[in-house]
Design a protein around this ligand. Sequence first.
Ligand code: ADP
Length: 375
Amino acid sequence: MNILIIDDDPNARKTLGKILKAKGFEVEEAGTGSEAVASCGAKFFNLALIDVRLPDTSGLGVLKAVRALNEDTIAIMMTGYASLDSSIEAMNKGAYSYITKPVNMDAVLAVIEKGLEKQRLSLENKRLLKELTAANEKLKELDKRKSAFVANVSHEFKNPLAVIKESLSIIIDGLAGDIDTKQKDILSAAKSNIERLIRLVTDLLDISKIEAGKMEMRRENFDIGLLTNEILSTYEREFSKKKMLSSKNIPSDIGMIWADRDKISEVLINLINNAIKYTPEGGEVGIKLTAKENELYFEISDTGPGIPEEYKDKIFDKFERITAEKIEGTGLGLPIAKDIVELHKGRIWVESEAGKGSRFIFVLPRNFREKNTLR
Ligand code: ADP
């Protein structure tokens, strides 16, 4: 630990220096402000004892220069009673403390120890912060690579799965020759599992695109009632398997929307899937579309367990699940739905009372026209 004593009185410097050296400090002396600044410019001092009155510059000026050279140097002002005010001002300007002259050595040593302890802690903090920042950067980089990996794998999975699904459809529909009911049932079960895998892979691909800011919108004009009916018809099997009632309220003249058809399908599929997945056997799922002014309201309701108040926002965050262990899922469906809806300048929320089912509602502007842009 090295200390610079800045005082124009050589005797005072010597006396102080001797005691500090005896305590194991390295000590250097400066008789003027400019000498002090030159010394601090040449090397780092842990601590500077600065006399408030110097022949060339004021103690305050030296304090400023010393701290500008290295803000980690602890500065302690030395002052006569007459210039107490300027010492207090110095503390406002970054001095650690002040001591009055003639100096009481015990008091000086105590202040020096405290100042050096503060410096040690502050340097340690800086070191830790640097380490944390570096670790954080590394994690970010790894996370980016992991997302790219997930995106690549999902992409590679998607095409073969689509081919398998098509092949199964061809056989199930009898286009490759006759099959009996038992064979059809087995292949249909295989097909619904493949469909589940495709949804999972689509979610993974979507979330990595959202994270990378690469979710592209391909907008077109299409009949929203037709799309919703089409999607609903693919769920007939699942409804009957879970002995569920499904109700729909889709006005035939609901009309067209300007949106990304595939993405809106994904939102509907994710919400309908959840409604079926989380509602126990024998429950009910309803779909309702309403046009209000220039907006379309979509409501997907169920008679499942509902969403407790404290989860109503959280479930739209990545990987948030209320029922994590019991029912299969990734915790990605709702955040993706939210992102897609918001990319269309819409909004999504849930209305629910725990135990009384849930109603997921999303609203889309019908004619949202903005250039197809990357996000
Ligand atoms: P996942 O269904 O894969 O877990 P989601 O993001 O779609 O992911 O949903 C997040 C969580 O919200 C679910 O884990 C579930 O706890 C809750 N949730 C979503 N939809 C419903 C629903 N219709 N009824 C009850 N809980 C639901």
